[in-house]
Design a protein around this ligand. Structure first.
Ligand SMILES: CC(C)(COP(=O)(O)OP(=O)(O)OC[C@H]1O[C@@H](n2cnc3c(N)ncnc32)[C@H](O)[C@@H]1OP(=O)(O)O)[C@@H](O)C(=O)NCCC(=O)NCCS
Length: 185
């Protein structure tokens, strides 16, 4: 069974329920069918910090080269409540209100906003959620008066290149060398 995503930027609970129900019904019947599942992107809720931090840990763990360091330094991952309170966090959901990915964008100086975090739930990777979250971040940055979005990137560099980001400089992070990348918005 192939499952695709339709991006929606507003609440559409009825169609979400229908599509999810359909998907489950076909899966139970063992039938072969293509189903489109609706994805939504919304602002993070005030109570979601702990859930998003846990998602970030699971997501970061896909990079084998950093797994050991992250386990040894759990403080390297934290999700401050102000990321939500300041309206900087956008959450992708599929099917219900459970987050499957999120972005944190921090407004900066001179027309540059910082993509401070982008994390997708491992079971939902490679289905277009990361791309949709980046497009949402670019659009909101543009509407917020920014000219460009910048990000510090490690092993996800090929993903950002696909989405039109270019390398601007090499930098050193706490654990490894990384790239600063930029996209005009
Ligand atoms: C990087 C990440 C956000 C990508 O999210 P995703 O939902 O899997 O990405 P998408 O499905 O939207 O992929 C968009 C495109 O990038 C490609 N892509 C995704 N991950 C890739 C990777 N690791 N290497 C190369 N290409 C990649 C996809 O194939 C797709 O290309 P296509 O449109 O030609 O098919 C996700 O892997 C993740 O959360 N990783 C762990 C945390 C992380 O590293 N975040 C970035 C911090 S800077």
């Amino acid at each position: 069974m192939a499952i695709g995503f339709v991006s929606r930027y507003g609440p559409d609970p009825l169609s979400v329920r229908c599509r999810q129900g359909l998907r489950r019904a076909y899966a139970l019947a063992g039938d072969s069918v293509d189903v489109w599942v609706t994805m939504r992107i919304r602002n993070a809720g005030a109570q979601e910090a702990a859930a998003l931090e846990a998602l970030q840990r699971r997501s970061s763990d896909i990079w084998e080269e950093f797994r050991e360091q992250l386990a040894a330094h759990p403080d390297a991952i934290e999700f401050p409540q102000r990321f939500i309170d300041n309206g900087w966090t956008r959450v992708a959901t599929v099917g219900d209100e459970t987050p499957v990915g999120f972005t944190v964008v921090i407004p900066g100086q001179a027309g540059t906003h910082e993509l401070d975090g982008l994390f997708v739930e491992p079971d939902h990777m490679r289905r277009g959620i990361g791309r949709a979250l980046v497009e949402d971040a670019c659009e909101r940055a543009r509407r917020g008066g920014a000219h460009r979005l910048e990000v510090t990137v490690g092993p996800a560099q090929p993903f950002y290149e696909k989405l039109g980001f270019v390398v601007v400089e090499k930098v050193q992070t706490r654990f490894a060398p990384a790239m600063r990348m930029r996209r005009e918005v």
